[in-house]
Design a protein around this ligand. Sequence first.
Ligand SMILES: [Zn+2]
Ligand SMILES: [Zn+2]
Length: 172
Amino acid sequence: MSETEQTLTCAFHPKRETQLRCNRCNKPICIQCATHTPTGYRCPDCIRSQQKVFITTKWFDHLIAAFITAVIALFGSRLGAYFGFYNILIAIGAGYLVVLATKKAIKNRRSPLLKFVMSGAALLTSLVPPIYYLYETYWIEGYGLLGGLVAIIWRLAYALIITFYIYHQLRN
Ligand SMILES: [Zn+2]
Ligand SMILES: [Zn+2]
């Protein structure tokens, strides 16, 4: 009889013998404790810590995040109306503020959904003022569409930059 074939007992049920080990932390686990994942069996501890990394948000965090993003993105978009080319800098500054303020407000909790909620809110709110401007000048005041588009080109750049900036910052 070889000594290497020692019997393992489940780390969570000391009386149950088992052959399985968690493929992450190597703890012996019984079949009842094991969760089958695409990479192999995992113990309850590893499953729990894995979920913690991915989803820690409370349900209202997405609302708070969307609200903060909308307020800052809208303010930046309005401000950008007077600054042409500098919309690029305003977009990065506003994006930075959005990420900072949101992380603080929701205490660094995270979820895979958050980046979509926030970049979506940023895109919508930063597009509304320039599109409304276009609507006003084109439909109401009768200026050419091309002239209107040229007038809002930097504000469209603002919308794209702040959206991608936020998405990029939150992608992990
Ligand atoms: Zn484990
Ligand atoms: Zn067990």
